[in-house]
Design a protein around this ligand. Structure first.
Ligand SMILES: [Zn+2]
Ligand SMILES: [Zn+2]
Length: 164
């Protein structure tokens, strides 16, 4: 991981934990720090794999429980995808997500026009709204290039005369 220090974020983290009566253990701190440095919205499993070398006593179950505790304290967000595994990110400025349905890459983007928009009034009857985020599904540029290459290969094979 990069040596970037997240002093303001970590200070905020400790404040929130203290306020909630949650002990700032080494494991909790490392899980949060790892998430702060991650830009790929890792799942609990991926986080666990990244941390297990540094934290040999860590269990996947602890990562799950810690993430849901952090979520309740609004320190992290769960990004809903159609995949079975939830993905997580440390809470930063409000943003939306582009999800590549081929490789699962999640990319942050900002959408001020959407954020300024009023939600349909019918939603008020459904319940109260805490936050509104958008997940745009598609194919990332890298996957699109890969698909194009294999299409070209297929076409080339189909067109080449079969030697007899
Ligand atoms: Zn992709
Ligand atoms: Zn994000």
């Amino acid at each position: 991981m990069s040596a970037k220090n997240f002093q303001p974020q970590l200070q905020h983290f400790e404040q929130i934990c203290k306020g909630a009566g949650l002990k700032v253990t080494h494991q909790r701190l490392e899980i949060y720090r790892e998430l702060l440095g991650a830009h790929d919205h890792p799942s609990a499993e991926v986080l666990y794999k990244r941390l297990e070398k540094r934290l040999p006593s860590l269990s996947l179950d602890t990562v799950y429980r810690t993430l849901s505790t952090f979520e309740k304290l609004q320190l992290v967000h769960r990004v809903e995808t159609v995949e079975s595994q939830a993905r997580f990110e440390a809470l930063t400025s409000h943003h939306h997500h582009f999800l590549c349905d081929t490789c699962g890459q999640l990319v942050d983007f900002f959408w001020q026009d959407f954020d300024d928009m009023l939600l349909p009034s019918a939603l008020a009857e459904v319940g109260s709204i805490d936050r509104t985020t958008v997940v745009v599904h598609g194919t990332c540029a890298a996957c699109a290039r890969k698909a194009e290459r294999s299409d070209t290969n297929r076409a080339a094979t189909a067109e080449s005369p079969v030697p007899r």
